[in-house]
Design a protein around this ligand. Sequence first.
Ligand code: SF4
Ligand code: SF4
Length: 373
Amino acid sequence: MRVAVARADDYSREKIMAAVQEVVDVFGGMERFVRSGEKVLVKPNMLEGVAPEKAVTTHPEVVRAVLVLVKEAGGIPVVGDSPGVGSTLKAAEKTGIAAVCREEGVEVLPFTAARDYLFPEGRTIKKFTLARELGEVDKVISVAKMKTHTLMGITGAVKNLFGLNIGPTKAQFHLRMQRQDSFAAMLCDLARLVKPAFSLVDGVVGMEGNGPRNGKPKKAGVILGGDNPFAVDLVMARMMGFEAERLPVNRTAREWGLVPALEEIEVVGDGSGLSFAFEPPRTVESLDGRVPAFLLRLFQNQFTARPVMNERCIACGRCAEHCPPKAISIQERKAVVDYRRCIRCYCCQELCPADAVVLQDGFLLRLLKKAGR
Ligand code: SF4
Ligand code: SF4
């Protein structure tokens, strides 16, 4: 099992093309993954329509490099995603991805209709309802962003695939999978179903702190990739400076035998020795294994951070609209949370355009942090 890491100091077209090519070449070139005439869904992270400098979305030059390589291999690339907010086409315009697609003669798929995908071998999910277009392509390439994530710790090649869910399905999963480990298990099943042919991560400028939307850009100057999305995420998490195997998706992938231990993964390329100190998100660190499971279940709210809206709230209502259990209301021009209903999914923090949602540690989490656990 190998993961390749190439250096790229900035987003100039030449440097990104060279870095992506270097990563893919480690695995024998794009021809190994894409056959002539195959339709390939290139899936970037397009969480929201914001400028690429915000480091919320995969940079358009990284998307371009993948499109070029797929075309050179004889494939027919298409680009698609379902953003957390707004339409795919609007998000593609604002992120610069639509412009790159136009220049490369590639279609952007709006992901407006879904269909069922049966997955009897799923360990937690036997049926996904995902973008119809997924069933119309031969291959998927995940082109993710190196970011922190308030619920999952990190978002990389695996979490990126969650954007294949459209509309209310995302909120339904948050309602069904309220525990951190069950949500991670769902993501692992999703990646097993989709089986991306190749996974790349744009870590030229990633995001630290309270990602995936309201963190701070952090330069790492790397492009990572490999043919196993779980291995790519494990290596990415370690590069970010986290206890990689403790993070929920990575831990589940290890338990399910989807990826070997970190030390058994060969990391190659001119960026393979790099490591960084990304600021972690201020929320549910992985407490599983540190606190007995029954205590976590009983006192889940006390072991997690709760969302609190501060004075930056502009009462736009986006959080209320997207809150899965409808625990938020707008009162006197401010968003207010009903904590009896809040399931700590952090969608409000993730999607708030004003960065008005701060996370306050629950009582028991504060105690654990004080005790150095
Ligand atoms: S907290 Fe953010 S998303 Fe919610 S209403 Fe206020 S500004 Fe809008
Ligand atoms: S208030 Fe925020 S964290 Fe709580 S359930 Fe709603 S979106 Fe999730």
